[in-house]
Design a protein around this ligand. Structure first.
Ligand code: ADP
Ligand code: S3P
Ligand code: MG
Length: 264
């Protein structure tokens, strides 16, 4: 055997070991989940991730392939999160609620925590129409926009393990709620009008608040919508005075409670 072939054999032996270790690692991830479930421990334990980052940062700091090694480790960790998420949520997580409650922000955070895909409905619609949401409203009207939402919700039924961040008005149509529930658990995020005002006051992205961006008008519109939002929700999370991470933790905790856990 020439030298090149010998090296190739050694690389193949390394791959064999790496794969064996990855299989073992995945089994341990499952065991950790069993343990957390049995002892009712929170699913998210971010300090563990920080500990790993510190450890490998120090250990690899002068390695020539530090970046590449980190990228592989990140990929391994992402896959662990996926394994975890697939077991926890056998469905889509559909976020609804008034403008500014944090649907988009919470989706991003959930996606990082569990390596879930995100569909930001407004963004998909704006891209497909090649127009911003305010422009769609101005050019084609609200009904047209709501029809696009309905069509997209139907399309998303073929997915699983996806966070669907709805536009604030999507849950107001009965038909939309029925489509959401076919593949997902509907999570209603709430906040007081004062909180909403603070969060949206500097943004121009919400045509329905144009010319009425004040606490009173927000409170009125919120009250008009409240009944429909609440009727659509499988769970409700209040976001006032909570960080985005706290909101995610509460959401996971509620979703993984018995009964909500599986899509039954
Ligand atoms: N829990 C929170 N605490 C503080 N600010 C938040 C929180 N959730 C969202 N925000 C902020 O509020 C604004 C609106 O959030 P966004 O996710 O766009 O809401 P939505 O998609 O429901 O309209 C953003 O600037 C975001 O950073
Ligand atoms: O509440 C609504 O009717 C709307 C909310 C907006 O999304 P966000 O809730 O993400 O702001 C956007 O879809 C559109 O302006 C209509
Ligand atoms: Mg949004």
């Amino acid at each position: 055997m020439n030298e090149l072939e010998q090296f190739r054999e050694q690389v193949a032996a390394c791959d064999e070991k790496i794969m064996e270790m990855l299989i073992r690692r995945n089994q341990l991830v499952e065991k950790i989940m069993d343990y957390k479930e049995r002892h009712q421990l929170p699913v998210l334990q971010l300090q563990q991730e920080e500990k790993q980052n510190r450890y490998w940062g120090e250990k690899l700091f002068d390695n020539r392939h530090k970046e590449e090694l980190f990228a592989v480790f990140e990929c391994i960790r992402r896959n662990s999160k996926k394994i975890q998420a697939r077991r926890l949520f056998d469905y889509n997580i559909v976020l609804i609620g008034f403008m500014g409650v944090g649907k988009t922000t919470v989706s991003g955070c959930l996606s990082r925590l569990f390596a879930l895909d995100v569909v930001e409905m407004d963004q998909v619609i704006a891209e497909r129409e090649a127009m911003s949401i305010p422009d769609i409203f101005a050019a084609c009207g609200e009904e047209y926009f709501r029809d696009l939402e309905t069509a997209l919700l139907v399309e998303l039924q073929s997915r699983k393990h996806t966070v669907i961040s709805c536009g604030g008005g999507a849950a107001l149509r009965e038909r939309n709620v029925a489509e959401m529930k076919k593949n997902g658990k509907v999570v209603l995020l709430t906040a007081t009008p004062q909180t909403i005002y603070q969060r949206v006051k500097d943004s121009e992205d919400r045509p329905l608040l144009k010319g009425r961006k004040n606490v009173e008008a927000i409170a009125r519109l919120m009250e008009e919508r409240r009944e429909k939002y609440e009727a659509a929700a499988d769970i409700l999370i209040c976001t006032d005075e909570k960080s985005v991470l706290q909101v995610c933790e509460e959401l996971i905790q509620q979703l993984t409670k018995e009964g909500i856990q599986k899509n039954v």
